[in-house]
Design a protein around this ligand. Structure first.
Ligand code: 5GP
Ligand code: ZN
Length: 106
């Protein structure tokens, strides 16, 4: 957990954010500024700044598995996933997250 990380604050429940899905390792919540009709962020519960800092292969599996679960729960048959790694690539929040974007029924 990181004191001033916005996603750690969300994970601590400081904003009362509703989780689309969670288990012991990961959580998923709606993006505040959605770029698709369904836009969910899947994050590790542990503070990991970016994909470059992720070494735990089990956690890698948990994250991708959660993406599939989220897509299913949100009724997405087709969806895009995105991980921005590094400021130059567009990463704005330095707590690893996978964007899951799609439209229901597509
Ligand atoms: P990045 O550019 O780092 O890959 O994506 C960060 C994402 O986090 C953006 O899509 C942005 O809209 C989202 N975001 C930033 N702050 C918050 C927040 O406080 N709550 C939620 N739910 N999403 C956020
Ligand atoms: Zn964090």
């Amino acid at each position: 957990m990181s004191e001033d990380c916005i996603f750690c604050k969300i994970l601590r429940g400081e904003f009362g954010t509703e989780f689309v899905y969670e288990n012991d390792y990961v959580a998923a919540f709606n993006d505040i500024n959605p770029k698709a009709p369904v836009h969910v962020l899947v994050v590790p519960k542990m503070h990991i700044a970016s994909l470059n800092e992720l070494e735990d292969k089990n956690l890698m599996g948990e994250l991708l598995s959660a993406v599939k679960t989220v897509a299913q729960k949100c009724g997405l048959k087709a969806y895009k996933t995105l991980i921005n790694t590094g400021k130059e690539a567009g990463q704005e929040v330095f707590h690893l997250h996978i964007h899951v974007m799609g439209s229901k029924g597509e």
